[in-house]
Ligand binder design. Structure first.
Ligand SMILES: Nc1nc2c(ncn2[C@@H]2O[C@H](COP(=O)(O)OP(=O)(O)OP(=O)(O)O)[C@@H](O)[C@H]2O)c(=O)[nH]1
Length: 536
């Protein structure tokens, strides 16, 4: 992702500042030159870059700041704040309200990723427990309804459309009326992105908006269009009341800066970014976490939300087991299943603080996901009794052969899985049990922690000394292999080969990732229940 490169450049400019013996106007100018150059190369609007440079200079008063370390901190903070300012229109983003029938209309040019994003968003709110329906009001493009139908069916989202009705306004009204009658919480209306004439397209959008009276209109913009984003956003803003923005295709080679600066043109907040063609490739957008992640500082709020969506509290058995220091094969399967449910591994890794863009380079998320799926096949071929065991039953070669035949996976790979399970079991034993960190908490507290990690997040961070402390903690996890080591093994050496040592290497890292996640949550839990919760 090109934004990672932008983040890496800004980051290294900030790092270089830390090495400067004297921090003066010259050093500040050199830093700003490098940062502004990087932003311009990423297609961020030139006026905005200029303004950002002036704002940082205004914030940093060299004469008033005494020590160099103070100056460094003030400059770094100012740059961070101003980068956030670039993508933050300081307007609260609209969110659908529970207990109300919310209507959302999507607009955007043809090919921007509107239809794909409609379904991704519907799936997102479905995961949040809402009853969501999709309406296809694009009658201009032949095949638009089929595309929406296909996407919606794959995500198990109810949809409405028509092959006969030619009037998009009528379809939008009928679809909304039907879903309203059926008490849907959120109705998403997809519109056309193309007409013979631009004026016709805007007129149609206005008519649909007047007929269905959406609570919010989302403007979908292609992240790869560069500087053209500004004029496109302005044109849409003049016709419809744009409430929010989704920027798509921020994976691959999107520079993204152009679309991001469209925020300034519309004054509306970016609510999500599309990061791929799959259903899960939609990331919630907020200015600070976005900038933090771009600079390799992680996105704790995103990670917490993703973990929340897993509803770990529902897995009572595993919570009880872990608190006791017990870890069965079934627990491992459930954990891996959870990781698969969280979406692409690269996305999760990017949310972890301390994962610098360099560390993510070359990370083969697809290969790791493939390996995870092959482990799922192995688990599927085990009996309930085997799954509930600590894995020692597989010392018997006959069982191993049976599972290998059943799953179509080589014996060495099953052995690798069992080896990793044993290793992770040892970590759980250390963390759990009466003396371990998790063992000191009762199962109800563990469930509470899983149910609402976000609520204790501020305490967790405070306890660990803020973001810096979090990064330090991850570095200190060197004892468990270390994140860097983990990434190296996950993406390197192991490569495409799935068997034997490769399989073990990849899995070892996967397992470390899980333990880190649990460790993070565990610490949050301790914060929440160890007296700190009372202070909130
Ligand atoms: N890589 C990537 N591709 C995307 C993303 N979002 C959408 N696409 C792809 O972009 C192409 C166009 O997406 P659509 O959803 O059909 O675009 P649309 O805006 O609905 O187009 P019309 O229906 O013609 O108005 C499809 O091939 C999508 O798979 C994204 O975030 N990343």
């Amino acid at each position: 992702m090109v934004l990672n490169e932008l983040g890496a450049r800004i980051n290294s400019a900030l790092q270089a500042l830390s090495k400067e013996p004297v921090i003066d106007e010259k050093a500040l100018d050199a830093l700003l030159r490098e940062i502004c150059g990087a932003l311009l190369e990423s297609d961020v609007n030139v006026r905005l870059v200029q303004q950002m440079r002036l704002n940082v200079k205004k914030r940093v008063n060299m004469d008033e700041l005494a020590s160099s370390s103070n100056k460094r901190k003030v400059i770094q903070n100012s740059v961070f704040e101003e980068l956030c300012g670039l993508v933050d229109p300081k307007k609260e983003a609209w969110v659908p309200r529970k207990g109300k029938q919310n209507i959302l209309m999507f607009v955007g040019l043809q090919g921007s990723g509107k239809t794909t994003s409609c379904t991704k968003l519907a799936a997102y709110y479905k995961r949040k427990g809402m009853k969501v329906g999709l309406v296809c009001a694009d009658t201009f493009r032949a095949g638009a309804f089929d595309q929406l139908k296909q996407n919606a069916s794959r995500a198990h989202i109810p949809y409405y459309g028509s092959y006969n009705e030619a009037d998009p306004v009528q379809i939008a009204m009928d679809g909304v009326a039907q879903f309203k009658k059926e008490k849907f919480d959120l109705i998403i209306v997809d519109t056309s992105g193309r007409h013979r004439q631009e004026a016709e397209l805007f007129a149609e959008m206005e008519q649909i908006a007047a007929a269905i009276k959406p609570d919010n209109t989302i403007f979908v913009m292609d992240g790869t269009i560069g500087q053209a984003a500004d004029s496109q956003a302005r044109a849409f803003k003049e016709s419809v009341d744009i409430g929010s923005i989704i920027i798509t295709k921020m994976d691959g080679h999107a520079k993204g800066g152009g679309a991001i600066s469209a925020v300034a043109a519309t004054g509306s907040p970016i609510v999500f970014i599309g990061t791929g063609e799959h259903m899960h490739d939609l990331e919630k957008f907020s200015a600070r976490p976005f900038v933090s992640k771009m600079l390799g500082m992680g996105d704790i709020s995103g990670l917490v939300e993703t973990v929340q969506d897993l509803h770990l509290e529902k897995n009572e058995d595993m919570m009880k087991n872990i608190a006791k220091g017990v870890f069965t094969l079934k627990d491992m399967r459930d954990q891996l299943q959870n990781i698969l449910k969280m979406g692409p591994l690269s996305k999760i890794m990017g949310m972890m603080p301390g994962m610098s863009p360099e560390m993510m380079k070359g990370f083969d998320a697809d290969e790791s996901t493939r390996r995870l799926r092959s482990y799922m096949c192995i688990f599927d071929s085990m009996t309930e009794a085997e799954l509930g065991s600590d894995g020692k039953v597989f010392d018997d070669g006959k069982r191993l052969r049976r599972v290998a035949i059943g799953s179509g996976v080589r014996i060495v790979e099953i052995q690798a899985l069992l080896h990793q399970h044993r290793q992770f079991g040892q970590i759980v034993k250390k963390m759990g049990g009466p003396k371990g960190m998790l063992g000191k908490m009762n199962p109800a507290a563990m469930q509470q922690m899983a149910k609402n990690p976000g609520a204790m997040n501020p305490n967790m961070l405070k306890q660990m000394g803020g973001m810096g402390g979090m990064q330090k903690m991850i570095q200190q996890m060197g004892g468990m292999g270390g994140v860097q080591n983990m990434m190296r093994q996950m993406m390197g050496g192991g490569g495409a080969g799935a068997g034997g040592a490769d399989g073990a290497g990849g899995m070892g890292n996967m397992q470390e990732m899980m333990s880190q996640m649990m460790n993070n949550m565990g610490m949050g839990g301790m914060g929440g229940f160890g007296g700190m919760g009372g202070r909130r």
